[in-house]
Design a protein. Structure first.
Length: 185
């Protein structure tokens, strides 16, 4: 009898947490047309054994652009599109990376844009996926694309209907954790 109860408990716990695929993630994770919110970011620098904190606001329009504005400790703005990354500070452009002039930038821009806007079909070209889904989902993206492999070890995403946490582990030991808050569709 005790053995039967124990077996039932094991089977029940296995059924409540299911493996997840890109297709399933596409069905349970929302990609609204527009999204705005706040972020808190922690950048761990392994060489210094230090963490840098920043925070700000972001907005995106699906398939168009992401506006990532850091408000503290230093104000700057990044505009990401599937084909470019443009950075400005004090309304002066300080960075412009374009996929036309550098194919690596095209891959990186596409990856970051796809992660932040939950374009799962794009991510399937660059990563293999493992993860689970219960009341919320947690996935680990492992690079399979050679360009992405040169920069990052893995990406972990956590969310419910929307992405709530993103962790990027770089090959040099650094990592970036971003928490998404006060999201509005």
């Amino acid at each position: 009898m005790l053995r039967g109860i124990f077996l039932t408990m094991i089977l029940w716990s296995t059924l409540s947490v299911a493996d997840i695929s890109f297709e399933q993630l596409n069905n349970i994770a929302a990609t609204p047309e527009n999204l705005t919110g706040q972020f808190r970011q922690q950048k761990y620098l392994s060489e210094l054994d230090a963490t840098l904190d920043s925070s700000g606001v972001f907005s995106y329009q699906r398939n168009e652009s992401i506006r990532w504005e850091t408000l503290a400790p230093i104000q700057n703005v990044l505009i990401l599109s599937p084909k470019s990354i443009i950075g400005s500070q004090d309304e002066h452009e300080v960075l412009r990376l374009d996929a036309k002039s550098n194919p690596v930038i095209g891959v990186l821009s596409d990856v970051f844009f796809s992660v932040l806007t939950a374009k799962w079909e794009n991510l399937a070209a660059y990563f293999s996926l493992s993860g689970t889904y219960e009341e919320a989902w947690t996935v680990e993206l492992t690079p399979k694309d050679k360009t992405v492999m040169q920069l990052m070890e893995k990406v972990i995403l956590k969310g419910d209907g929307l992405i709530r946490e993103l962790i990027v582990y770089e090959n040099n030991g650094d990592s970036t954790t971003i928490y998404f808050e006060k999201l509005t569709k």
